[in-house]
Design a protein around this ligand. Sequence first.
Ligand SMILES: NC(=O)c1ccc[n+]([C@@H]2O[C@H](COP(=O)([O-])OP(=O)(O)OC[C@H]3O[C@@H](n4cnc5c(N)ncnc54)[C@H](OP(=O)(O)O)[C@@H]3O)[C@@H](O)[C@H]2O)c1
Length: 240
Amino acid sequence: MTAKLLVITGGSKGIGRAVIERFLNDGFAVINISRSPCSVEGVVNLALDMSDIRWEEKGGALVHSAVSAALPTGSGQVVLVHNAAIMHKDSVDAIEAKDFSRVLQLNVVAPSQLNQLILPAMAPGSAIVYVGSTLSEKAVANTCSYVTSKHALVGLMRATCQDLAGRGIHTNCVCPGFTDTEMLRAHVGGDQSILDSIASGVTFNRLIESQEMAAAIYAAATQPVFNGAVIHANLGQIER
Ligand SMILES: NC(=O)c1ccc[n+]([C@@H]2O[C@H](COP(=O)([O-])OP(=O)(O)OC[C@H]3O[C@@H](n4cnc5c(N)ncnc54)[C@H](OP(=O)(O)O)[C@@H]3O)[C@@H](O)[C@H]2O)c1
């Protein structure tokens, strides 16, 4: 039987943690990369800060040895989910270059670094899923670096699709809407009235649960017909 491995970034909480639970249910081994560990039993955690471009100096060898341990024959069905991200409040007329670089490093460059580490282990049937955002295809004010990075991720996904043609590896960008996680709560300063107002802009009048996003990411990762696709998973946002 082909070995099945999920490699995910940002699985310590939120959507990433729910994705881990979904794939564990389906018999995948799991390697998680984040600064703090995912507490779900059976997960191999690699503690790395991917917002530092040099994370690969130490992390590259750690990733290699964890993948080798999970895939004794050297390759298998690997699902790589680029989920870790940061969202800063910043605007185009007052953004520090070093802060901008750090966001782009974590949200865009780290996925590219990780692709190169993992691709040699990816047999046909494998998949690369980028976690984008509604803000991959539109902008709101005061989120300059995040909006830029999430648009760039769509470009990286499309380049992945073209460059890997013929290798039996599919890719897509799943774009969550408002999902009830620490990232969203931190963004609104924990203000429940703002969360309620956000929910009122969704056709189902509620936030998305992380488990629902995990189901969408699982479908995208296991159905190769979704290749080169931008998949919005947002419960339907009301146009104003
Ligand atoms: N929640 C939403 O409404 C929403 C909407 C659209 C898109 N998204 C996207 O969905 C994905 C997951 O978001 P979420 O809401 O689940 O976020 P979250 O709860 O804040 O989780 C973010 C994850 O990224 C990891 N991470 C952050 N900085 C890191 C670093 N420097 N190095 C390595 N890992 C790092 C965190 O782990 P550590 O802190 O342990 O490092 C954590 O596991 C993100 O790509 C986000 O942009 C979310």
